[in-house]
Design a binder for this molecule. Structure first.
Ligand code: MV4
Length: 504
């Protein structure tokens, strides 16, 4: 029985986990750094312990300190959330050494999936399709040349210890091959302390589609369908949705089966995500497995009705899953937008500082997972994501329009946030038509990132209000399917030139 859990994390995810603990009657233990003395997770938890200075290395990443606090607080389990220690195999092992359950897979599964070459080999053995490429590390120039001749250009050089886009190099021209390998190796060495690289065929314009899986200690593994995560900027997800507008029911079934096979291949336990690349012809390839709870898990919760954090806790306590695959359904459509304290119209410049006013959206079909409150100072030491808005609709169009409305209602002053950029995505014709891939943001950067009259703050006078009303009318027209405004970049610029206005 788990009666008390330490949450080795901060921010919205710590708050999210504490919420499920409270519903289950489990005591929650927060840990906090100097910068987080007044943080929401500290206020929500049953108990809270100071763990060190603001930099993550000295607090949320300080494994031994967290273990000591866990022992002192006599917790039964540690939930790592995402980021920080969540995919650290040594930390998972340390937890079991001191008799504390790590809420996540075994350290062996983390290690096996953390090494991308091993993960590829495991998936090939399990019959899960992988991107054509090398099965082991390559260093010899002749071997590299042979492999590239076999699979054909373009190729990607990736770090085996990497993931999430770090240490990756695209090669379109044979002449760049060796220098790209050398650069990828030295980048891998400095980032991960391991220069092992591998080669994959480059998939042009892929979709990033991932499957949520749950696996109990009894050997039952189910999937909770997919999340379409192709709206990314510099390998950071911005918008996620489920179901994917790109895949067919048949493909969904095949990918779900492949995801289960992938999890079973490493005796996976707990909640995990299998990431796939899907090419323009709808061929799918295993990319990576994330052995943690993910930021975007709420859209899956919304469409399946399953509390993923509760399931993680039940699995860790040794309980079998309470439902079978045939009992999991997708109902309606859900979208998540990540709100960050960054200025989207100034190259996403971080905007830490004190939140002067915040009022979050509410009403039918809206969920917000956040942690900032009025008077709270967003620290500069951590991730700029301050909250997530999750909407649900009976149809995709309803979920999108509800998101537009939610983003409109989202008011925050004191810091700059990405809400206006997200509104632009919700207005984009290609997005609304479900026609987008991983290049969406760069392809539409002008339309999405050129500042606009009412999106810059200052004084309000009557002329400006007129401009604002005109602009709003055009936005409304766009929502009704008239995209003449959003297609013409000159119009955006015209508005950008006019004096700025406070949104009212
Ligand atoms: C690829 C790829 C095309 N071909 N691999 C980027 C993050 C990392 N997880 C893997 N990534 C990619 N790997 C092959 N063989 C394109 C990407 C990629 C990408 C993948 C998912 C979401 C957004 C992306 C943006 C650029 C590149």
């Amino acid at each position: 029985m788990i009666k008390k859990i330490l949450i080795a994390n901060r921010g919205e995810i710590a708050v999210r986990i504490i919420r499920s603990c409270r519903e289950l009657g489990i005591r929650s233990v927060a840990v906090f750094s100097d910068a987080d003395r007044a943080a929401m997770h500290v206020r929500y938890a049953s108990e809270a312990y100071y763990i060190g200075p603001s930099p993550s290395r000295e607090s949320y990443l300080f494994a031994e300190k967290i273990i000591q606090v866990a022992l002192q607080a006599k917790v039964d389990a540690i939930h790592p959330g995402y980021g920080f220690l969540s995919e650290n195999a040594d930390f998972a092992r340390r937890c079991s050494e001191v008799g504390i359950k790590f809420i996540g897979p075994s350290s062996e599964a983390i290690t096996q999936m953390g090494d991308k070459i091993t993960a590829r080999q495991t998936m090939i053995a399990a019959g899960v399709p992988v991107v054509p490429g090398t099965q082991k590390s390559v260093t010899n120039p002749n071997d590299i040349k042979k492999i590239v001749e076999e699979i054909g250009l373009p190729v990607m050089i990736k770090a085996s210890a990497g993931g999430g886009g770090k240490g990756m190099r695209l090669v379109r021209d044979q002449r760049e091959l060796f220098s790209a390998v050398k650069m990828a190796q030295s980048e891998a060495m400095s980032s991960f302390g391991n220069d092992t690289v591998y080669i994959e065929k480059y998939i042009e314009s892929p979709h990033h589609i991932e499957f949520q899986i749950l696996a109990d200690k009894q050997g039952n593994t189910v999937h909770l369908f997919e999340r379409e995560c192709s709206v990314q900027r510099r390998h950071q997800k911005v918008v996620e949705e489920t179901p994917s507008p790109f895949i067919t029911p048949e493909l969904r079934e095949q990918m779900g089966e492949a995801a289960i096979a992938a999890a079973k291949a490493v005796n996976y336990e707990g909640a995990g995500t299998i990431e796939f690349l899907v090419d323009a012809n709808r061929n799918f390839y295993f990319l990576e497995m994330n052995t943690r709870l993910q930021v975007e898990h709420p859209i899956t919760e919304r469409t399946t009705g399953i509390d993923i954090v509760k399931e993680q806790i039940n699995i860790a306590s040794g309980e079998p899953l309470s439902f079978k695959q045939e009992e999991v359904f997708q109902f309606g459509h859900s979208i998540e937008c990540r709100i960050s304290a960054e200025d989207p119209f100034n190259n996403f410049m971080p905007s830490p500082g004190v939140v002067r006013h915040i009022s979050e959206p509410n009403g039918l079909g809206i969920r917000t997972d956040g942690y900032v409150y009025e008077g709270y100072e967003i620290p500069m030491h951590y991730d700029p994501m301050i909250s997530k808005v999750i909407t649900w609709g009976r149809t995709r169009a309803e979920a999108i329009d509800r998101m537009r409305r939610a983003l409109y209602e989202y008011k925050i002053t004191g810091v700059k946030t990405s809400t206006k950029f997200l509104e632009r995505i919700m207005m984009n014709k290609n997005f609304r038509d479900g026609k987008y891939d991983t290049h969406f943001i760069e392809k539409h950067s002008e339309e999405l990132l050129t500042p606009c009259a009412n999106e810059k703050t200052v004084s309000v006078d009557m002329a400006i209000i007129a401009t604002y009303i005109d602009y709003t009318n055009k936005m409304e027209k766009a929502a009704m399917g008239d995209f003449t405004l959003t297609r013409t970049n000159d119009k955006w610029k015209e508005y950008a030139l006019k004096k700025s206005v406070q949104r009212i």
